[in-house]
Design a binder for this molecule. Structure first.
Ligand SMILES: [Zn+2]
Length: 340
């Protein structure tokens, strides 16, 4: 069935048309317009409405490249339904390579936002009202925070609509993670919109593998929703669906030698890492306490006591078994917020 025109931020987009728009989000110190650029693609055929967002954290760049490559692939004459792609949500954070907005606010704690609030609240409000609300599904692209890397993984809420989409996405891991108040994913779910949060790679760089997994995953989700005809075959037979994770922290400071790699399965008693003093003396050797999967890791070669070293997903635990304040998508960066 042929679809009708759709309107985003007051701009009408006809079936078979793509329009790149830049609605006003706020103003800079100099009074220049701060806009939220996005591509609105309205397919010829009727179908679901899906949004893709990236760089809600301004130093998480993989999603920007994913969106650029996605937009090269999508033809409004050949899709059903509509797609709204926002390659850079935190337009100000990206300018300065910063996770946060210039006032140090975390945009992913600022949803649904408000008209008269902070810069973060205004950007969040625009995205919530014009892009998230009324969508049938969304995919929000992230990377690990500073000095860490994430194995490609999809995080979802306890939502029966999200799980099949997360599985078909085809990343190696699906994490059923708790929702944090003020996050894009939580506010979308309040508006009845299931969102997949993709995490992959490191901040401030393009990680080709993480971009590839994201791009193929988005195509598979769109194919599952019958918006496109075909998508690349999944690289993994079946993602590992896990309900709990925890960061393991260094007990001793020094030079870090990891004995496992991101993505590895570990078993109880397996050596995970050794720390040594710069003089060569071995200070601590840490073994795995239980079976798990390495889903994230530090990228720093030196550690201090308490520093997060490995993010281990644990099979067989219940959702919310641990309130882990370092969960990437949701964390307040402990290096920044402590002592403030
Ligand atoms: Zn993030």
């Amino acid at each position: 069935m042929t679809g009708g025109p759709i309107a985003v931020a007051g701009v009408s987009v006809e079936p078979g048309e793509r329009r790149d728009i830049a609605p006003l989000a706020s103003e800079s110190y100099t009074g220049d317009r701060t806009t939220l650029p996005m591509a609105v693609i309205n397919g010829i055929e009727d179908g679901p409405r899906v949004f893709i967002t990236a760089a809600v954290h301004g130093d998480e760049l993989n999603g920007i490249e994913t969106c650029r490559r996605l937009l090269d692939l999508v033809d409004p004459l050949r899709i059903a339904g509509s797609l709204v792609v926002v390659p850079i949500v935190n337009v100000l954070g990206v300018q300065f390579g910063s996770r946060y907005l210039p006032d140090r606010r975390d945009l992913n704690r600022s949803f649904p936002g408000s008209h008269g609030g902070s810069m973060a609240a205004r950007i969040a409000r625009l995205l919530t009202e014009e892009v998230i609300t009324g969508s049938d599904a969304g995919i929000d692209l992230h990377t690990a925070a500073n000095h860490r890397t994430n194995v490609p993984q999809v995080r979802i809420a306890e939502d029966p609509r999200a799980l099949p989409l997360a599985v078909v996405f085809g990343a190696p891991f699906v994490m059923r993670a708790k929702l944090r108040p003020g996050s894009l994913r939580a506010v979308a779910l309040e508006r009845d919109v299931p969102v997949l949060t993709y995490e992959g790679g490191q901040p401030l760089r393009f990680d080709t593998d993480a971009v590839d997994v994201a791009l193929r995953g988005i195509q598979r989700v769109l194919a599952r929703l019958e918006m496109i005809d075909h998508a690349p075959e999944p690289a993994v037979a079946e993602p590992m669906v896990l309900d709990a994770s925890r960061w393991l922290r260094a007990e001793r400071g020094g030079v870090l030698e990891l004995h496992v790699a991101p993505g590895d399965r570990v078993t109880a008693g397996q050596p995970l890492w050794t720390t040594s003093s710069p003089m060569g003396e071995e200070r601590a050797s840490i073994d795995a306490e239980a079976e798990g999967y390495v889903i994230g890791a530090t990228t720093l070669p030196l550690v201090q006591p308490g520093q997060a070293v490995l993010h281990i997903a644990l099979p067989g635990e219940h959702v919310g078994a641990e309130d882990d304040p370092t969960e990437e998508e949701d964390e307040e960066d402990p290096d920044v917020t402590e002592g403030n």
